[in-house]
Write a new protein. Structure first.
Length: 244
């Protein structure tokens, strides 16, 4: 099993908290966000992780030097494109079942295990709750996701996609085609989820949601997100045991 981590961002909305380092170098309880995620992936049996970098890519190269299980893919246009562009620069290395995640997102390992136990082709964890305008909102029917977008009316949104997903090997060729379609349409500011929506619209794969059921997760964009994560991260993640 592989993984791909979106780690090109600068984290400018976090201000001085990053100290000028890449966003995912921000530390919680003495460990970098990227380190939390890499350790979870290792414990889940991931044998190769593609990290798509942009801002200060050299810091990732230094931190991860000598890691045979890590491949770094550099997005030179990270300031001009959104996440779908970063995925494009890393997707050529994907050829197996893979986990997709953002480097600035932390999540309880129980959610990862729920994804991997699902029989669906694509699995998206959803925090079922009232959403705000910034949330990547989802709508589903009988557990199958039918719409995923930030531009969804709040009164029909069922919950928030947390930015972590599982894709089976059978989906990889079609997903790559959909990413290319988005870029050919010159939609460079789109999120990765726009390519997922194209998959949904084709009805060729089983694309399902799994509920987070209150498990810890945090997307760290602002100082308050960071403070929230620091106060709520489970002890077994902070101490490195991860509940495995």
């Amino acid at each position: 099993m592989q993984a791909i981590i979106m780690a090109a961002g600068k984290g400018s909305r976090l201000g001085e908290l990053t100290g000028g380092h890449p966003k995912s170098f921000l530390e919680i309880k003495g460990r970098k966000l990227i380190e939390y995620n890499l350790e979870i992936l290792k414990k889940l049996g991931v044998t190769e992780t593609v990290i798509v970098t942009g801002y200060r890519s050299e810091e990732f190269e230094k931190l991860l030097s000598g890691r045979k299980d890590i491949r770094i893919a550099y997005n030179p246009f990270y300031e001009l494109m959104n996440v779908v562009g970063s995925f494009y620069f890393g997707m050529e290395y994907l050829h197996d079942d893979f986990l997709y995640l953002h480097a600035d997102t932390l999540c309880d390992p129980t959610v990862f295990r729920k994804m991997l136990s699902s029989p669906s082709d694509v699995v998206l964890p959803v925090d079922y709750k009232e959403c705000d305008d910034e949330a990547m909102k989802v709508r589903s029917e009988s557990g199958r996701i039918v719409q995923i977008t930030k531009n969804m009316s709040l009164d029909v949104a069922e919950g928030e996609f947390i930015g972590i997903a599982f894709f089976r090997k059978s989906v990889v060729p079609a997903l790559k085609r959909k990413v290319i379609e988005v870029l050919q349409e010159k939609r460079f500011s789109e999120y990765f989820e726009s390519a997922v929506q194209k998959l949904i619209d084709e009805h060729a794969f089983a694309i399902s949601a799994v509920p987070t059921d209150g498990a810890f997760w945090a997307e760290i964009d602002f100082r308050e997100d960071y403070e929230h994560a620091c106060s709520r991260i489970p002890a077994y993640m902070a101490d490195g045991t991860y509940g495995f």
